[in-house]
Design a protein around this ligand. Structure first.
Ligand code: HEC
Length: 195
């Protein structure tokens, strides 16, 4: 099984949540947060393009192997472009890949995103500082909503060939039963803090 990159790093926590931006209006983001937000946008775009391309040419079953954020090309491309990027990943309270299990802090943020959504608010983002291999780093987490395309593989009534393939690849799968607009999980990017 391919583990997300984050899981392969030893993350030493040096501080608690630095800023907790969820549920607040964010007219002006601090520059480092805005930079991380842009990275998530780029990552989400690349992932969606791969997924849609595969589904379009070969159908949802062909797309199954493309919903992998840890796909080496995505990571390598992004790291080549953004020197400060340490790792990218996804976390979920109901992961398909057990390697996408959140840690305690990430779980709390995912629960806050869900709570905001349940109150009818738009969930924001969360950040914390960490030390990774002796480097000061920031982790940025932002929620991923469930769109129509996602329901093919994360929805309530999966088509039998999809359900069968998922069962074969992910015997511990918890990532079904989502409805349109539900929060499927969150992206996480860890970047080095450079002064
Ligand atoms: C073609 C099937 C398919 C489609 C469509 C799909 N996914 Fe996935 N999704 C998967 C598979 C397979 C995994 C497990 C990837 C891995 O091993 O890391 C996954 C994992 C994820 C994860 C990581 C957390 C976890 O459960 O392990 C998130 C978040 C996610 N998908 C969100 C989405 C969103 C949002 C969409 C719609 C834009 C979507 N997916 C569409 C198959 C799909």
């Amino acid at each position: 099984m391919r583990l997300p990159i984050l899981a392969c790093l030893t993350l030493a926590l040096t501080g608690n949540a630095l800023a907790n931006g969820e549920n607040k209006a964010q007219p002006e983001l601090p520059p480092e947060v805005a930079a991380n937000k842009a990275l998530v946008k780029e990552l989400a775009g690349q992932l969606k393009a791969r997924l849609m391309g595969a589904v379009k040419s070969g159908g949802p079953v062909a797309g199954i192997e493309q919903c992998q954020v840890a796909a080496p090309e995505i990571r390598q491309n992004m790291q080549a472009k953004h020197g400060q990027l340490i790792s990218i990943g996804r976390r979920s309270l109901k992961p398909r890949n057990p390697g996408n299990q959140p840690d305690e802090w990430q779980r709390e943020q995912l629960e806050k995103f869900d709570a905001a959504k349940a109150r009818g608010e738009k969930p924001g983002y969360a950040t914390r500082t960490l030390e990774v291999d002796g480097k000061q780093a920031m982790e940025f987490m932002s929620p991923i909503p469930t769109a129509g395309l996602c329901l093919n593989c994360h929805g309530e009534n999966l088509k039998p060939p999809i359900a069968a393939k998922l069962k074969e690849l992910y015997p511990m799968d918890k990532a079904t039963g989502y409805k349109l607009g539900d929060i499927r999980g969150a992206f996480t990017v860890v970047t080095e803090i450079t002064k």
